[in-house]
Design a protein around this ligand. Sequence first.
Ligand code: NDP
Length: 327
Amino acid sequence: MFNALLLDKQDDRMTASIQSIDEARLVGGDVLVRVEYSTLNYKDALAITGRAPIARTFPMVPGIDFAGVVEESGHGRYKPGDRVVLNGWGAGETHWGGLAQKARIPGDQLIPLPEGLTTRQAMAVGTAGYTAMLCVQALERHGVRADHGDLLVTGANGGVGSFAIAILARRGFRVIASTGRATEEARLRELGAAEVIDRATLSAPGKPLQKERWGAAVDCVGSHTLANICATLRYGGAVAACGLAQGMDLPASVAPFILRGVALLGVDSVYVPYERRIAAWNSIAQEVPAHVIDDVASEIALGEAVDVAGRLLQGEVKGRVIVDVNR
Ligand code: NDP
């Protein structure tokens, strides 16, 4: 038996509770992992609160990422005792995820724990930090460089935003952090932001083309904010778009694309191929100092996940939330 956060649905009413589950109910993967840590991502909060249809079947164990130790393996790459990390691939959406003491997963979806990180640090980084690195790598593949001008990061106090600031500042970019929480300015500057702006300046409907302000951007927010970013990118600039904290819509025009040659680079973390995952995680392990990783995260017990999920969606949580699934 093992403990898990279980989402269930009866007559259209969803429940979320800690349950003791028989290991025999774990099916569908060739690697059994003893989970040490999982996390609470924005997507997990949407799933746990039922705010969005993230869980496609019920009952469902949420949790889009975890780090732990292999207990049994039928996969050539892994043997018992190996430390592994999982991000995405539908965990917590189409099959049972990481907010549990055990998980059974196809080995092809795992990566070895990057050298230099503990399982706890890997989950302090989690899907958010890994997505931040995917955004940075997407911008750099596009040719964005530090001398192209200021780089805007929206949703700055969130997990993706916090890591994006830390990574970009260390790569020499002048980072402008956009946030709704001005009280966190000192924290954002400590992460590496050169300036902090009020997100309200970006979140209202704006003109299709506005004064050029940013060489590039990482956007966690979507909606009018992303439209305004496109309208204010400098000629040839690019935005890596990964999130929808303001909204899923994109009320923009083609003007910035056809008149300023700007690029909108979509970033997905869920189905990224193995080699690109390894590259992103290795860069994180090499570039982001341990004290930044440790400071960006707070830790909760599995039983607190439901309460914290609600607060995360209210914007009351800053940085990353690690879940110790064994307490
Ligand atoms: P968090 O909840 O940690 O952070 C989101 C941040 O967005 C908040 O901290 C807040 O920052 C800002 N925000 C919240 N509400 C609004 C609003 N109404 N308008 C403007 N800004 C707002 O989430 P994550 O950092 O983990 O994820 C950020 C986004 O990226 C989410 O939408 C998530 O779903 C998405 N994501 C996508 C992935 C992918 O594969 N494409 C992978 C991971 C995440 P502040 O307080 O500083 O204003």
